[in-house]
Design a protein around this ligand. Structure first.
Ligand SMILES: [Mn+2]
Length: 340
């Protein structure tokens, strides 16, 4: 049984909107991920196939490991490589993969200021009123699949140049097809993308198998320091500046390590402390139980979501660990009682 039985998006309205737009600006969220970049490149090529004049402008540059999704350098950075004059002349501003002001960064000013029609294609639950026409499917696994639907409704056949970025979008937003958001539709769509020329092994290799030796060594050191509390339900670890230096890693290499700790059987909560060059510790919280991480992060003036949140603490390693541990244990006991 397919989870997404009824399509909440009015594609007829979308194709009408595209029909009457000639100059189209595409944008997406800050900290661009493969769904953001892949959806933009895919949509850009679909619209260009229809003879539209399209530019992609983001608030932040594309991360180096995702540049392969944009081989022609189509994505521009606001204020650096795109003129205000061009932006002033657009008919349609299409936001992909977000409906939140905070996620648009500096592009939020462009969305607020434009005289053009604004539209959103997104799969996130909820969001802000961006003053846009919404084409949202909150059960969709990735914005990239919605772009595939757009291509279908616009009568554009998928090419390899569309299929590769869209495959990267769907594959990464589903954790390589393992999240609960995956449905038979996901596999039907990705089968279409393969038929159009996307090679999953090649995309996987570029995304996940080009890491530095420093990153590998940092992961090893950090995972070795994992400890548990609450009878194994809470797992935590830490990275000091000395760890970065001795591993030959840089600050971005700490990404995702906290998620790896939650692969241990029985773990429900996790945190990692990452020492910052200017002093203090960045804390990442994760939960896969009823504990709301954002509430714990708030105690340290941080924030985020129920399952993932972050904060910063200006204190010694021992003091930071002690305080964070206390708050995590308190939060767990508030939900489940002091049995552990
Ligand atoms: Mn997405």
């Amino acid at each position: 049984m397919d989870r997404a039985t009824k399509d909440p998006i009015d594609w007829g309205r979308f194709t009408e909107l595209i029909d009457r737009s000639e100059r189209i600006l595409l944008t997406s969220h800050i900290r661009p991920d493969p769904d953001a970049i892949g959806s933009e490149i895919g949509m850009c090529r679909v619209l260009e196939a229809l003879g539209k004049e399209v530019e992609i402008v983001n608030a932040q540059p594309t991360p180096a490991n995702l540049l392969f999704l944009d081989p022609d350098g189509k994505i521009k950075v606001l204020g650096e490589t795109i003129s205000q004059e061009w932006i002033d002349g657009i008919d349609l501003l299409l936001v992909l993969d977000t409906t939140a002001w905070a996620q648009l960064g500096a592009m939020s000013e462009v969305v607020r200021g434009t005289k053009a029609t604004c539209a959103v294609i997104d799969h996130h639950v909820g969001g802000d009123d961006l003053g846009a026409i919404l084409f949202k499917n909150e059960t969709a696994e990735a914005a990239g699949r919605l772009v595939g639907q757009a291509a279908h409704h616009l009568g554009v056949a998928l090419t390899p140049e569309m299929a590769i970025p869209l495959f990267a979008a769907v594959a990464t937003d589903t954790g390589w097809f393992r999240f609960a958001s995956v449905s038979p539709t996901t596999f039907r769509f990705t089968a279409e993308l393969m038929e159009a020329g996307a090679l999953p092994d090649a995309i996987y290799q570029v995304l996940y198998e080009q890491e530095s030796l420093g990153r590998l060594r940092l992961v090893g050191r950090t995972l070795c320091k994992s400890r548990t509390k609450l009878d194994g339900r809470l797992i935590h670890t830490e990275i000091t500046l000395a760890d970065f230096q001795q591993a030959g890693a840089d600050s971005s290499d700490s990404e995702d390590i906290v998620n790896m700790t939650l692969t241990v059987d029985g773990t429900e909560l996790a945190f990692i402390l990452v020492e910052q060059k200017g002093g203090g510790f960045k804390i990442s919280f994760r939960s896969r139980c009823e504990v709301d991480c954002s509430q714990v992060a708030k105690k340290f003036n941080g924030g985020g979501h129920k399952k993932a949140a972050g904060a910063f603490v200006e204190a010694s390693l021992e003091e930071t660990r002690k305080k964070v541990m206390e708050e995590m244990i308190n939060a767990w006991q508030a939900k489940y009682g002091a049995t552990a």
